[in-house]
Design a protein around this ligand. Structure first.
Ligand code: ADP
Length: 312
């Protein structure tokens, strides 16, 4: 993977969100209480939905600023350096002196099943006051992107600030949790998967008609553009001009972790560049499809050149 993005665009994306160090443990099974077990493998990877989406946008050539919080520890330094290696501005990534950097402990079993423990750490100490302190980074952006791994009040403050400044706002409502209409009123683009759409609306999302009904319901709550991502089946977009279903490019999936994050980051980059909506959605789908063909999350995200070279 090239160390820096292709600097062809002046697009500006501000990502407000989480940074986590992923610690991947491979084990034959979960240990019983009190038992010590010898595992079979270990690896670390930079993660957190915010950081992942920032990297995806940067690889599309966007100028990206990351806003968030890490601990004053080795993981925090490594995560920040990883973003910088992709050309991302980390001057608004604060360091918490008390809380550790966010960590995800991912326990992988031979069956392919995984059990995950997330310790939010510094992510949960990222406050509305800190968002206000980095207000200029949000106001200068063309697109502001948030997810739900930081405190809801912080997400709310960031979206309100961006919306009030006329910056296009993208909320990836993941992990799923209930949201109030006041927060959704500050969202221009809402991106959810089927599970999140179901959780937010209380409606079933088993059939295309049900998914479209849920998307319309979400639109009525504020966002003018709603995208429901459907894994290998692609997506449904509902905007002021109606509904558009786009199939995903056909690829051989190796690891679908981070598909949604790749999609959201690449979409934000496309919107910041001023691509027409269908083109921005299509390019984001190609980026996500390429990401699922490789192992890893940030390391699997494609560059703009790879996306442009892709032929289905
Ligand atoms: P999440 O990771 O948030 O659950 P999805 O699984 O819906 O999100 O994936 C997001 C997007 O990534 C999809 O809309 C699609 O474009 C792409 N994608 C995911 N899985 C595949 C796959 N197996 N093949 C091709 N594209 C995929």
């Amino acid at each position: 993977m090239p160390a820096s993005p292709i600097a062809t665009s002046v697009a500006a994306v501000a990502v407000i969100g989480s940074l986590n160090m992923d610690l991947r443990v491979q084990t034959p099974r979960l240990p019983a209480p009190g038992e010590t077990l010898i595992g079979t493998g270990f690896s670390t990877d930079s993660g957190g939905k915010g950081a992942n989406q920032a990297v995806a946008a940067a690889r599309m050539g966007a100028a990206v600023a990351m806003l968030g919080r890490v601990g004053r520890d080795a993981h925090g330094a490594a995560l920040t350096q990883a973003l910088q290696a992709d050309g991302i501005d980390t001057s608004a990534v604060g360091q918490d002196t008390d809380a550790p950097t966010g960590t995800a402990i991912i326990v992988l079993m031979p069956s392919g099943e995984n059990s995950i423990i997330v310790i939010p750490g510094a992510n949960h100490r990222y406050t509305p006051a800190e968002v206000a302190a980095s207000a200029s980074a949000i106001r200068q952006a063309k697109v502001a992107v948030a997810q739900l791994e930081c405190p809801l009040d912080t997400v709310r403050a960031a979206l309100a600030l961006a919306h009030g400044a006329g910056v296009c706002t993208v909320l990836n409502a993941a992990p799923a949790q209930p949201l109030d209409d006041a927060l959704l009123a500050a969202v221009d683009w809402l991106v959810v998967n089927e599970i999140e759409a179901e959780m937010l609306t209380g409606l079933p999302t088993d059939t295309p008609a049900q998914i479209e009904a849920a998307a319309h319901t979400l639109r009525q709550r504020g966002p003018s553009q709603v995208v429901v991502t459907l894994g290998s089946a692609g997506l449904l977009h509902v905007g002021p001009d109606g509904a558009l279903a786009l199939p995903a490019p056909r690829v051989t999936a190796v690891d679908t972790t981070g598909a949604g994050d790749t999609f959201v980051g690449a979409l934000a980059a496309g919107l910041a560049e001023g691509l027409p909506i269908p083109a921005a959605l299509t390019r984001a789908q190609v980026a996500a499809a390429l990401a699922v063909t490789r192992l890893g999350t940030q390391s699997a995200m494609p560059t703009r050149a790879e996306v442009e070279a892709f032929t289905p």
